[in-house]
Design a binder for this molecule. Structure first.
Ligand SMILES: [Zn+2]
Length: 420
């Protein structure tokens, strides 16, 4: 039986730090600091006082009220934040994984844990203000109020400022857990960063990912090894590849692109195919939840009512329905970008394989199943040509990140890949 940190693959250092902090937090609850009891600076002062001297016997050592989990996509930023939240809410203070505190946190039903998962491309200021306000109340379970912000790099500037204010003057029992790709100022403001303790996660090695797929998901070892390598350290992606035949088909189609680039027309066709595949994948991923939300809203609004007040209710309903549609559209856009980005990462892996083969570098290929194709590419293009193609894929990702229209960026990439 593993505890709440069991799903954090290949992150021994981070897990050790989080365990220490959870133990300190539990000690802090057991031994409340003398006056001024519950003052806003208790946690801060204690954390600073004991920094570098972590020991479970010292209440507060290793614990602080604001954290940033950083690491590449799929390294487990949000898994780490949730596990830590569970450990803080755990009635044993350890993250045992089986008590009600752990269980409700992990299933998202704990009354004192708020999770922000931005569905659109950014987190707005209104959402953040409401959140900060609620987080300031005393924890109902007597432990901690926890706010988890996934993709904190998608905060708008105004939302970031609202969050900063809360982190600068934290309520005594509130803990903020932020997740972001890095602490680069593009991802997280310098002022927020300066108030947080950083937990860096690394890209887990394929062997560690394969091990967890076998142990936890019961996947056959050879499939797990292949999927772990193909997913390039992204645990969730590895699991999907191992289990979902459609995900494998989509990947096969992406990896067929290099072979299909035989001319300008073919390059444009390949661009269209890639974009449309991402759209289809995104549509499938949001369809179910969109429908459930619409039904729930219609039920809540009593759709089809004809009694007194029905006309007024209808007017209100139209507004709410419009809000919902706006949210859903924003979520669909994000899902499309995520799907397209996954395809580009796969494609980059192919050209990276060609490059390491051209250089005869003693490194394992990302895509073992297209290794011979990458080898043929390496002979034809040499290291320089392979590198140029890899760069074309990475430039396409960067352009889309910078809001260039995906179709335009992908067409430019396909032409560059064809011309070499
Ligand atoms: Zn527990």
């Amino acid at each position: 039986m593993t505890d709440v940190f069991g799903d954090l693959v290949g992150q021994d250092e981070a897990v050790a730090a989080l365990r220490r902090a959870a133990a300190s937090a539990a000690a802090l609850l057991r031994a409340p600091v003398p006056a001024p009891a519950g003052g806003p600076d208790d946690l801060d002062a204690l954390a600073e006082e004991h920094d570098g001297d972590p020991g479970p016997a010292d209440p507060g050592a290793g614990m602080t009220h604001a954290w940033i989990f950083t690491g590449p996509p799929g390294s487990g930023r949000s898994v780490a934040a949730r596990a830590f939240a569970a450990a803080l809410g755990c009635v044993h203070g350890t993250g045992c994984g089986s008590c009600p505190g752990c269980h409700t946190t992990l299933t998202g039903t704990h009354a004192d844990v708020r999770l922000v998962v931005p569905e659109g491309l950014s987190i707005g200021v209104n959402e953040m203000r409401a959140l900060v306000l609620r987080a300031a109340s005393a924890p109902s379970g007597g432990r901690w109020q926890i706010v988890i912000i996934e993709d904190a790099d998608r905060l708008t500037e105004a939302a970031g400022n609202a969050l900063l204010k809360a982190i600068e003057e934290p309520p005594p029992r509130t803990v903020f857990l932020l997740c972001a790709p890095s602490t680069h100022p593009d991802d997280i403001s310098v002022t927020i960063r300066s108030r947080c303790r950083v937990v860096p996660l690394r890209q887990p090695p394929p062997a560690a990912v394969a091990e967890v797929l076998v142990r936890r998901d019961g996947i056959a070892p050879d499939v797990a090894e292949w999927a772990a390598a193909a997913a390039q350290g992204h645990v969730g992606r590895a699991r999907r590849l191992a289990r979902d035949p459609e995900a494998r088909q989509r990947r096969d189609a992406v990896l067929a692109v290099p072979r299909r680039l035989t001319g300008v027309g073919a390059a444009f066709d390949a661009a269209s195919a890639l974009i449309e595949a991402a759209e289809a994948e995104a549509a499938a991923s949001v369809a179910e939840i969109d429908e459930a939300e619409r039904t729930a809203l219609q039920t809540a609004l009593g759709a089809g009512g004809t009694g007194r007040g029905a006309a007024g209710a209808m007017r209100g309903a139209a507004g709410q329905l419009k809000d919902l549609e706006k949210r859903q559209k924003s979520r669909a856009t994000r899902a499309q970008r995520d799907a397209l980005d996954r395809a580009l990462v796969d494609l980059a892996g192919f050209y990276r394989d060609a490059l390491i083969m051209a250089l005869r570098a003693p490194v394992a290929p990302v895509h073992t199943d297209t290794a011979s194709l990458a080898g043929a590419g390496a002979q034809k293009w040499d290291a320089e040509g392979s590198l140029r193609r890899l760069e074309a894929v990475l430039e396409c990702r960067a352009a889309i990140e910078a809001n260039v229209k995906p179709r335009i960026a992908v067409e430019a990439m396909m032409l560059a890949l064809w011309r070499g």
